[in-house]
Design a protein around this ligand. Sequence first.
Ligand code: ATP
Length: 425
Amino acid sequence: MASLFGTGGYGYSSGSSDGEDEDEGTEGYRKGGYHAARPGDRFAGGRFVAQRKLGWGNFSTVWLAYDTLHSRFVALKIQKSARDYSHAALHEIELLSAVAQGDPTNSKCVLRLLDHFKHVGPNGHHVCLVTEFLGDSLLRLIRYNRNKGIGLSRVKEICRSLLVGFDYLHRELGIIHTDLKPENVLLVSTINPAKDPVRSGFAPILDRPVGSHYRGTVISFSEKMLKMRARRAVAKISQRRVSLGGFAAEFEKERNLDGISLKCKIVDFGNACWANQQLAGEIQTRQYRAPEVIIGSGYSCSADMWSFACIAFELATGDLLFAPKNCQGCSEDEDHLALMMETLGKMPRKIAISGTRSKDYFDRHGDLKRIRRLKFWPLDCVLVERYNFTEADAQGFADFLRPILDFIPENRPSAAQCLKHPWLN
Ligand SMILES: Nc1ncnc2c1ncn2[C@@H]1O[C@H](COP(=O)(O)OP(=O)(O)OP(=O)(O)O)[C@@H](O)[C@H]1O
């Protein structure tokens, strides 16, 4: 049986380095892997000076760096050095160069590439991307607000930025992002002003501190154990919170989001592609994956729009829209399709049987093979009954989301059409 709206199961593979997320570990620091940078290290003939690690992903570590040529802080993405990673970085540079070229005023809500170069280190040749320095991810914003939902007016503001970005990528450039998720959208400013080197008046490090041993990249075993214990403790607390239900929630004061600028940008073009040159059959992170990708019937820019709707829901409620699981006798894919249909109604037969993998999940009538009884719970009812939205708020938000979550990809509105939707205006 499909389970609805679980909060676990995040398939996140990257993080920021301020202690809340798991770090990248030490195994990646070897030939073909990450470059072990330290604060004060210089790059590109001395022009960029590493300050502190901002985050990491499967492909790279990202550092706050000081650009001595233009006296500004930038983000320095240092790719792993193996050939495939280098190719991926060059591909990302190609796409981000097109993004920058077409947006001279930097107003299209997409990360700006400033420069790129190669760095030779003990682990190999690393392609490096220099981009504008941005703030926290939407994932961090959701967590900062303790997964309670950030309020519809804030959701609308973020949606507008994302749609401006997608209108530009899809209509003007013909780029599909293919991996939209909360951690791939960064606020322009940091939530905590002290973490913004400009707002906090941080004096750049220009030399490696003498005698210091930076342990941000090489983590000792005992430090790892401590972190593991801390994580277990956090997991226990959140388990207890679940069992206490609404009672605990009442005692948790909401954090104040006023004063946090919600301007944001789309980042991480490591998996992006030109709409007419699709490379991968399977795209997107599980929870944000469109149905046509699961059944293998091809995809286009409208797959990004599906992920966009999933993010909007998550911002508004603090929960994943779809959190599929492997369940007895059925795959995560089939559970995912069941969850979609329980929320959005039955998938039209024509679509259900149209993919290369349709036969794995659907019979010839377009019914799921292993999950026979669906519990329908439409989106607007979920918003009222589970998240205590008013009828009017739920109706307005569901009216905006439902067309974007159409099972027929061609029926989904484009980003430009969404921008004209009354809910946003
Ligand atoms: N311009 C930026 N400004 C501030 N932080 C950034 C910036 N770019 C990336 N980061 C941080 O670094 C992390 C990793 O970046 P990114 O997702 O681009 O790396 P990746 O190796 O391609 O990751 P993935 O495995 O998710 O594809 C982000 O989640 C974010 O915390």
